[in-house]
Design a protein around this ligand. Structure first.
Ligand code: MN
Length: 371
């Protein structure tokens, strides 16, 4: 077992800036499901196959996604699939703790058979616990929640809480008949609130990621991945879920943070000026609910920090998005210096440590021990 040891928390000039990362990913082994599930289920679990040009993802025999091999190869730092090397990568980059989202596990929300979905999600959680979280205390995964059947969802949330998981993963995109603001999810929010498990939504999940093929498509599509995350916030706030569950916290990972207070203002305007149409009524203004319960992570955005200075919305986390191309692997220190030069140390500490430790209190103890 490798226990890398970050040395300082206070950064002296020229020294490494240490940070928690509110956004990173595990790369699952190819045999995750085939080694853990009976053949009749394993055969239908998500799997990827590398062709000449594309890596293609299949579920239940159907192609559901393809990515250029070159794109996939561009995001494989040494520790992408090796936990001991990953901890070395973290030390080198200056990352203390990471929330580690799935990679292949993101596709579980495309499964349409509740039995298969439940088995595949449980196997992923068991794998993350046994092969990642039990072996060290810096990288931890949010549990994947099966979503087709709310009873399954609650049962799995109770099981993973018992196992020591610190958060629950959810996809941003969801079909209209299952929208996040609907009452059907109420038992799940009740369980998550009681068990103190934050809801961790990651952008670019649960929907199509290429929605436009015209000029500027790469930038348009990348930016488009943030909009469903904004919808998660508007639905869970306006629908009353966060108001009914004031101890329930929500993280939007990788979508930037500058938009969060702005969307609160938009929602307040609607809540106030369209008041005669507004159902349900809330006990707090949308912007207040957002400021109290919604957290967001960014990688490079200068505005994510400026917005704290100007609006006092400070539930902001930084994220390295390891090992992805959008992330900061290889230039983390450069990025942290660029973003935080001349930024008040209280704000810097909040973004790099405080918000993260508030959302995942167990990591505060770990960070203190490591220092
Ligand atoms: Mn990410």
């Amino acid at each position: 077992m490798t226990h890398a040891t970050p040395t300082t928390r206070e950064d002296e000039p020229g020294q490494k800036i240490w940070a928690h990362s509110g956004d990173s990913h595990l790369m699952e082994p190819d045999d995750l499901w085939t080694s853990r599930l009976p053949k009749r289920l394993a055969d239908r679990a998500p799997r990827s196959e590398r062709g000449e040009k594309y890596e293609i993802v299949y579920i239940d025999g159907t192609q559901i996604d393809r990515q250029l091999n070159d794109f996939m190869d561009a995001m494989r730092p040494p520790g992408a699939k090796d936990l001991d090397l990953r901890l070395q990568d973290l030390d080198k980059e200056g990352i203390r703790s990471q929330v580690a989202f799935p990679s292949m596990g993101f596709w579980i929300c495309n499964i349409r058979d509740p039995e298969l979905e439940n088995a595949v999600a449980r196997a992923w959680n068991d794998w993350a616990l046994e092969e990642v979280m039990s072996r060290q205390d810096r990288v931890f995964a949010p549990a994947i929640v099966p979503l087709m059947d709310v009873e399954n969802a609650v049962a799995e949330v109770e099981r993973v809480a018992e196992l020591g998981f610190q958060a629950l993963y959810f996809p941003c995109g969801i079909s209209d008949d299952r929208a996040w603001g609907l009452d059907l999810w109420e038992p799940l929010w009740t369980a998550a609130e009681e068990l103190r498990l934050p809801l961790a939504f990651h952008i670019g999940t649960g929907g199509e990621n290429v929605v436009y093929r015209g000029p500027g498509g790469a930038v348009v599509n990348y930016t488009e991945t943030t909009y469903p995350a904004m919808r998660v916030v508007t639905h869970l706030v306006a629908g009353g879920a966060l108001d009914r569950h004031p101890d329930l916290k929500l993280l939007v990972a990788e979508g930037g943070a500058g938009w969060v207070p702005a969307i609160g203002d938009r929602m307040d305007e609607a809540y106030r000026q369209h008041g005669m149409f507004v159902r349900p009524r809330l006990s707090r203004l949308p912007s207040e609910i957002i400021r109290q319960q919604v957290y967001a992570s960014f990688q490079h955005d200068i505005s994510a920090v400026q917005v704290i200075e100007d609006t006092n919305y400070d539930n902001v986390l930084w994220g390295d998005d390891y090992p992805h191309l959008e992330g900061t692997y290889g230039h983390t220190q450069e990025t942290l210096r660029a973003v935080f030069t001349d930024v008040d140390t209280a704000i810097r500490d909040r973004v790099l440590h405080g918000s993260f430790e508030e959302l995942f209190p167990a990591t505060a103890a770990t960070a203190a021990t490591a220092s």
